[in-house]
Design a protein around this ligand. Structure first.
Ligand code: SER
Length: 322
């Protein structure tokens, strides 16, 4: 690992906030591959513990520390920011005020500093959790009632409004995606409601039974990591004139229930056993859409997914087996 002080500034440097998380880990890899290791500055509240996160330039940063954020941006001549640090849905339910503080004040720090320091482009992730009991459950459209019933969803919806505001008022080029549950093999999610769809693979691969914390018929929108990364990079590279949404884009790939993914995994591990014991996360899942209409993303920036359930399960198992 190279530490930040050895780094030589370059005009197109990228800052990743929350680089050790599920999405940050894989996004860092891709950006490092595209732009070179020295041009991607990874930051996180914690030092990288896993080998997978230890390549490249790293600085420890709490996004709530606005002065620290400004210092890193100036020192590294940052022009593009990916702000991924957040508490996910289950963690927010356990610590509502902490969730609000990190998700909201963290975003506002990034928006304020990006505006003040003339950052060229910012990415911030929203979520299907912006929808709530009053939103249509099937093919939930881009624009419809949004009445999130979870702390996480409230922070994401408020965040979307702030993003649109900074774009409209200050011309800040901020772009966002409402991610569904994301499934990948290189990094683990933490504190989310859709985490079961990653955990289940790790049990199956180790020939252990899995107790799922959602009921067998809870349909949720999901996406394979490679599609999620491709979508993010594609949106960030899109012509700004073509982007009609400056809150956050719906995107979708597949929807499945715990029972369906269990049976798909069983095709590879016939002895695998999964039982279902819903906990408090069931209520969160019940308030979210079952499937998403992403026609506006498909129209505006040619979004198209590649992985469905069958292809994703086969690829996860292939990679986890290595
Ligand atoms: N995957 C997130 C969660 O479960 C939803 O965006 O919290």
């Amino acid at each position: 690992m190279t530490f930040a002080k050895e780094f030589m500034p370059n005009p197109t440097n990228i800052l990743i906030i929350g680089a050790n998380g599920q999405l940050g880990t894989e996004l860092s890899f891709e950006l490092q591959k595209m732009h070179g290791y020295d041009h991607v500055i990874k930051t996180d509240l914690y030092l990288p513990r896993h080998k997978v996160n230890q390549e490249g330039v790293f600085c420890q940063l709490d996004v709530l520390d606005k002065d620290g954020l400004i210092e890193i941006i100036k020192r590294h001549n940052i022009k593009i920011i990916y702000h991924l640090a957040a508490l996910l849905s289950a963690s927010c339910e356990k610590k509502p005020l902490q969730g609000w503080q990190l998700n909201m004040d963290g975003l506002l720090n990034v928006l304020e500093v990006s505006h003040a320091l003339k950052i060229n482009r910012v990415f911030w992730p929203s979520s299907i959790a912006v929808f709530g009991p009053g939103s249509p459950k099937e093919n939930t459209p881009q624009h419809c009632t949004k009445d999130p019933a979870t702390v996480y969803g409230i922070t994401k919806l408020a965040g979307e409004r702030w993003c649109e505001y900074y774009f409209a008022k200050y011309g800040l080029d901020i772009r966002s995606i409402r991610y569904p549950g994301i499934i990948g093999y290189k990094s683990m999610p933490g504190g989310g409601t859709t985490d079961y769809a990653v955990d289940i693979f790790h049990k199956a691969i180790h020939h252990e039974p899995y107790e799922c914390f959602l009921s067998e018929n809870s349909y949720l929108p999901m996406m394979y990591m490679s599609d999620a990364i491709r979508a993010t990079l594609q949106l960030m590279e899109s012509d700004p004139q073509k982007l009609s949404v400056r809150s956050s884009y719906n995107i979708s790939a597949m929807s499945f229930s715990p029972s369906e993914i269990y049976h798909e995994i069983k095709k590879h591990f016939p002895d695998f056993l999964c039982t279902f014991k819903p906990d408090f996360r069931q209520q969160l899942a019940d308030s979210w859409p079952k499937s998403i209409d992403d026609s506006i993303a498909r129209r505006d920036w040619n979004w198209k997914h590649e992985f469905d359930l069958e292809k994703m399960v086969a690829d996860m198992i292939l990679n986890l087996r290595v």
